[in-house]
Design a protein around this ligand. Sequence first.
Ligand code: UDX
Ligand code: ADP
Length: 465
Amino acid sequence: MSIKNICCIGAGYVGGPTMAVIAQKCPHINVTVVDINKERIAAWNNDDLSSLPVFEPGLDLIIKEARGRNLFFSSNVEESIDKADMIFISVNTPTKTYGKGKGMAADLKYIELCARQIASVSKNNKIVVEKSTLPVRTASAIKNILDNTGNGVQFQILSNPEFLAEGTAVNDLLMPDRVLIGGDNTKEGQKAVNQLVEIYSNWVPKNKILTTNVWSSELSKLTANAFLAQRVSSINAMSEICEKTGADINEVAQAIGMDSRIGPKFLKASVGFGGSCFQKDILNLVYIAKSYGLDEVADYWEQVIIMNEHQKQRFSDNIVQTLFNTVSGKKIAFLGWAFKKDTNDTRESAAIKVADNLLSERALVSVYDPKVKKERIYADLENLKTRSDEENKTLLKVHTNAYEACKDSHAIAVLTEWDEFVNYDWAKIHKAMQKPAFIFDGRGILNKDLLENIGFSYYKIGSGY
Ligand code: UDX
Ligand code: ADP
């Protein structure tokens, strides 16, 4: 029997775009995305497609095509669970902030709530798909809840982790490197796997759809993120050596990336990785390793996080040191606040930590980001609880124009690699700044020769001379 009704619980950065693409590619399936956050649902239903809660290039056109046809956004969670043959769980799994595993383990309370709700509402057999990144063996916890609190109906649990990267989500979903589906090795389990394979087969070549057991699928997602983050920390570690020795990290990256065993991707030195996944998933991996007594494994992966924290810290330290050891009362302009370009997401963005460090030195920070809203920036700082909201708002100003943000500043720090920064009128910016005018390029995107000719003192991450 083919799937006719899908419900996705969680209308976030993963649930929203993923379901939009499934709906676009499977017009014969009704897809309803639900969320307890009514404002978010209202934003997904907004007529103005530039106000969707998630900014992703190309997503607006997909929403335009499918919304109201076979794609629906609703806050009526129970009704759409009831109607669905297949339910995706795509809720957040933040790092625990309390109790055992605090600061490391994934907090599964939202997952558990979903499982309980699915169990209590379901009146017929359903397939439950884990879309959120989860610790290995979570499926058995979900199954336990479903089987013990349900109405006697059968549930099949599949793991189908999402590998999309923000900023390129639409392309990643339309042309994934692979789709991973983990299921039970029973007849019923394999039947459920095949039903999900059938959905993806509408646009993904069969040889890219990989089926495994549930545990391999869950662990593969954590492993992929750990390997990717490790690559960034590795290149960032080398960037510090470059700065001391006169090597250039872009040249080193090019040289090693031409080795086909290493490959050229994910070798861009930066002010530190951010995003909702890398740190959370590695901490989760560290916690899992520790809970099995695998201390060496835990220490090995924890170092990836330690390196990332160091990279952010040394970026802000370098700004303070270069500005004659004091930034107190000096205006420092931030270009970018998002954790990477082409997204409005700021979770774990390096900009937050760098700003916090500079504000503690009493710098006056002015921020420009093409997609991040002012309220989000202040909320990010408030979450740190380093100082009062009032103080943050006095010391940090948010601008909607990059030239205004840079005007009268002593230094500019590039925190996100937005394409538009490269082509700014840098001579005009220089003219309006305090002298000497400094640029700290945390993404290595600007043209050193051009900027130095204009008169800037230019510092690029991973290049010392
Ligand atoms: C990541 C994984 O790539 C994706 O497969 C998974 O589903 C979710 O986590 P995402 O966090 O959206 O995706 O973005 P990604 O492109 O991986 O970038 C993560 C961070 O690493 C960003 O802050 C980015 O700027 C940084 N990064 C990435 C670098 O600093 N250098 C690089 O070479 C690549
Ligand atoms: P991700 O990046 O993984 O998509 P987000 O935080 O952007 O994470 O989205 C997760 C969404 O899940 C949030 O919008 C949140 O309101 C929603 N959510 C969490 N728990 C529930 C629940 N029990 N029922 C419905 N929605 C939920």
